[in-house]
Design a protein around this ligand. Structure first.
Ligand code: IMP
Ligand code: MG
Length: 184
């Protein structure tokens, strides 16, 4: 039997991987860590749409600093549950990041190709620094070496949905993270 979501037993949702409470507790910890690390400074949080929207909303409220917030959107070509690695910028920033301390807020790092693309694009704009805060990092799948300063959870390399993460735009509003089985 699948996990109960949206009032039905969804056969595609095979298990709850991270509960709502675990997510909220860990996001609060990340917020405290960022608050300590950036004391008396005002980093710019750059959230990557669409997946990072709930994470950004909770994380930003857990940071006790005068942060600023901006958004980028990227699209990667591929099937519903596999990234192709070819990434395209769909929405750019509105804030100039030169001489700013930047924190990229990402939902999930899988191959790492999306993050590499974003870092390259942002470094070219002369920020003071770029740190990465990723809610989820899939173990052992990264194709390039990545320096992720803040990680919410390391997870097995299964496809997951919820808390911003989707399959064909669905499941983003689940308050927890579930593993997704396409063949059920
Ligand atoms: P990467 O470029 O392979 O690291 O993939 C990163 C992007 O692929 C994320 O920002 C997500 O949009 C998407 N993605 C990767 N794994 C998952 C998953 O398990 N569920 C939902 N989206 C995922
Ligand atoms: Mg995505």
């Amino acid at each position: 039997m699948g996990v109960r979501a949206f009032g039905i037993d969804d056969q595609h949702l095979s298990a709850i991987l991270i509960s709502e409470k675990e997510l909220q507790d860990r996001v609060r910890e990340l917020g405290c860590q960022i608050t300590r690390d950036f004391q008396n400074r005002n980093p710019l949080l750059i959230a990557i749409l669409k997946g990072a929207y709930p994470f950004l909303a909770d994380l930003a409220r857990a940071i006790d600093l005068a942060v600023e917030i901006d958004f980028m959107a990227v699209a990667s070509y591929g099937s519903a549950t596999k990234t192709s690695g070819v990434v395209r910028l769909v929405k750019d920033l509105e804030i100039d990041i030169s001489d700013r301390e930047v924190i990229i807020v990402e939902d999930i790092i899988d191959s790492g190709l999306t993050l590499s693309f974003l870092q390259k694009s942002l470094y070219a704009r002369n920020p003071i620094s770029i740190d990465v805060c990723a809610l989820l990092v899939k173990e052992g799948l990264q194709k390039t070496k990545l320096d992720i300063k803040y990680t919410g959870f390391s997870i097995p390399p299964d496809f997951v949905v919820g808390y911003g993460l989707d399959v064909e735009q669905k499941y983003r509003n689940l308050p927890m993270i579930c593993t997704y089985s396409p063949n059920c």
